[in-house]
Design a binder for this molecule. Sequence first.
Ligand code: NAD
Ligand code: GLY
Length: 366
Amino acid sequence: MQTVTVNLVSTPAQRGYPIHIGANILAQPELILDYLGQKRVAIVTNTTVGPLYLDKFRADLSVHGIVSVPIVLPDGEEYKNWETLNLIFDALLTHRCERNTPVIALGGGVVGDLAGFAAATYLRGVPFIQVPTTLLAQVDSSVGGKTGINHPLGKNMIGAFYQPQAVMADTSTLDTLPDRELRAGIAEVIKYGLIRDPAFFDWLESHVDALLERDNSMLIEAIERSCQHKAEVVEADERESGMRALLNLGHTFGHAIENAMGYGNWLHGEAVAAGTMLAAEVSRRMGMIDEGEVERIRNLYVKAGLPVIAPNLGPEKYLRLMGLDKKVQGGKMRFILLENIGRAAVHADVPAAILTEVLTECTADA
Ligand code: NAD
Ligand code: GLY
């Protein structure tokens, strides 16, 4: 087992937390016992992950005298909304969960974001533990404390920063993950190489096949390196006043794609891959990277089985949806662009003509 630590420096100092990564660690609840303030927990999961892992997890917890309240949500990005959030509150209240009853998220990013937002707001905040079961959640969404829900007008627009007390990433759970979901997770792994680690990008070019074949040691290495990057970024800028925005490479375009195509139709990682290709093309047209670098990025996504051409929504629709992005400041859109493979920066000065050209010439009818 590997452990990466997130060391948050702002008060309260004890908010630092471990990310345990390894095969079969779900069967070791002793890893999280220290964070359970009472002998009762609420476990939030969904109708897909629940039947696979909930009973065993509850039984393993009960060996340590921990009683659990299961909360099983409908599965899907389209359920990441107020109605589903309220199902969690209904269950927490019905079972009289208290201020020190921890909420455990057992599932992918949707369960994690919903359960985290519920934990942040129920009784003004209860302890929260992430048990991510998708690659995407293990490398990204379970770490860093972004929680929330979608709004019909915009993706992830309602939420809270609320850090977990621990993260337990069991790579054995990836055995049951559908191929398409595994590929979507690889998109967020590639992101770390693109924004801050050229050597990791090189490594991914050579090892993406092993990740697709679910080689456990390669998966652990990719998850550990990704979590180290995420931890460093979050430690430096927990509330995204600066460098954390770089983790949004491809997301401004990607969130517009997810919203326009109907939540759940394009997976988050797929939209991020196609969105990153648009960001790369804007970067090239602004003279920051060359065609060879764009080609390398495209080739890696193609090798990972990810989409590289965004849907043609028309520039007006893209611009309208992107105008609701959380990075907009003073009404001005800001984009994460690539200055190299391995270096990204925030740009508020993208000429409208380049944006319109890219959104027209580099997209295709869906
Ligand atoms: P997801 O949560 O929808 O999970 C994908 C699918 O896999 C679902 O059908 C789920 O039920 C199923 N599943 C999960 N684990 C499984 C397993 N072990 N075996 C079989 N099936 C399994 O999607 P995701 O890709 O994990 O997360 C995407 C979400 O995360 C988006 O809503 C995105 O906005 C959010 N996100 C949040 C952050 C953050 O920092 N909070 C970062 C990135 C993405
Ligand atoms: N996934 C983007 C972030 O955590 O900031």
